[in-house]
Design a protein. Sequence first.
Length: 262
Amino acid sequence: MEINNLFDVKGKVVLVTGGAKGIGRMISEGFIRNGATVYVSSRDVKACEEACRELNALGTGRAEYIAADFYKEEDVRRVAEELGNQEGKLHVLVNNSGSNWGEPYDTYPSTAWDRVLTLNLKRVFQLTQAVTPLLELAASPTDPSRIINIGSVDGLRVPALETFAYSASKAGLHHLSRVLASHLGKRHITSNTIACGPFQSKMMKATLEKFKDVIESGVPLGRIGSPEDVAGTCIWLSSRAGAWVSGATIALDGGTLVGSRL
């Protein structure tokens, strides 16, 4: 029951999609600092190389990358194959890659739905399906393998911005995660969602530059999320402390969803 054992992720193999930037990078660093082997995957090869160089300089865990464009279905299969060839198993899958599209309701295009739902929902299922054999190889009854899906508070509330496909995709992801938890539990694999509030990321960059003070004023805890917040939640879910958590949607938002407004 010691803290060091309860939250230990040392030696675990972790795949973080979109792990070179933003929230994915925060998660990757958290695992690396605690002794895990992290594979980051993104279509931005330069960003992957730079992230791995910086993460490996921390001198604790190990960072590798597998370049992939998840809009391409064949890249999903290739990531699973390369990971299997290099590691032979996977303890933690973090489905973090995602896209957004903001446009007024009257002109919101079909293209937005195709692009956003493909990456945020369809590819999450397909990648999870492709690496399930690797998750099974790493799993045990007392230390299951973990799927962590990075959702959004905008999948739990009506967003202020006109991001129709994004909020719908995240709501779908939250429920897909629960369905996976039910289906994969018998294989000793958990599935949980972190519904993130505002964090410093590429997706939020422009919004935070214009409205950071307004956004923080709407958060009961008075600030946006930090790297420690999201990395800590992922480490908890991936460690012995989180081994019996499955099918949960965790609002990581500083209390935004429960903040009252008159």
